[in-house]
Design a protein around this ligand. Structure first.
Ligand SMILES: [Zn+2]
Length: 192
């Protein structure tokens, strides 16, 4: 009997409260291993299934330093720019702009809420791609926010840790309601 081909599958999400979300992840050593390559493919399937724009390995129970950035307009983020999903392995921020921009973020591991999170407007990231090639690239705006959010996951941090005040937390239901009437769009402002 022919062997059934293995195909990428959606993985179960780990939610806030699961200790792995608060654990510092370890460096990936064998990028080309079947284990890591399968994980990357499964993460892409998972992030698309749940309408995310990024997902980090600890969010599916794997405490290793890699994530997927997959910005695309979804129900959760209608303004997101479209890009080919990018696998980011062992990333480091080597430069961050002084300009801080506050924007609304959600997290697949913290369903039902959004927070107004201050982030660097642009970041330069040193990482390894899925083929093992070293990359240094600068990202700005929404995609820069995704990088900072996902990189935090590798250090056991979540967006709630970055808020200036807990008053900057709102329910996702209210977020969607207010977004439709554009109330929130004027609230994200630039700070130094
Ligand atoms: Zn998250």
């Amino acid at each position: 009997m022919a062997k059934k081909p293995t195909s990428a599958k959606a993985l179960e999400l780990c939610l806030l409260g699961n200790p792995i979300i608060r654990k510092e992840a370890i460096e990936v050593e064998s990028i080309k291993s079947k284990e890591i390559q399968t994980l990357l493919k499964d993460l892409i399937v998972t992030v698309k299934k749940v309408n995310g724009v990024g997902i980090a390995a600890p969010q599916v129970g794997r405490s290793v330093r890699l994530f997927i950035v997959a910005s695309s307009p979804t129900i959760r983020y209608p303004q997101a720019p479209k890009m080919t999903p990018l696998a980011v392995i062992n990333p480091k921020i080597i430069f961050a702009s002084q300009t801080i921009v506050k924007g609304w973020e959600g997290c697949l591991s913290i369903p039902g809420i959004r927070g107004l999170v201050p982030r660097h407007e642009s970041v330069t990231i040193d990482y390894t791609d899925k083929t093992g090639k070293k990359v240094i690239k600068t990202f700005t705006g929404f995609v820069a926010k995704i990088f900072q959010h996902e990189l935090d996951h590798l250090d056991g941090k979540v967006f709630l840790d970055r808020l200036d005040t807990v008053k900057d937390i709102i329910t996702e239901k209210e977020y969607i309601k207010q977004m439709k009437t554009n109330i929130l769009l004027t609230k994200g402002k630039e700070i130094k």
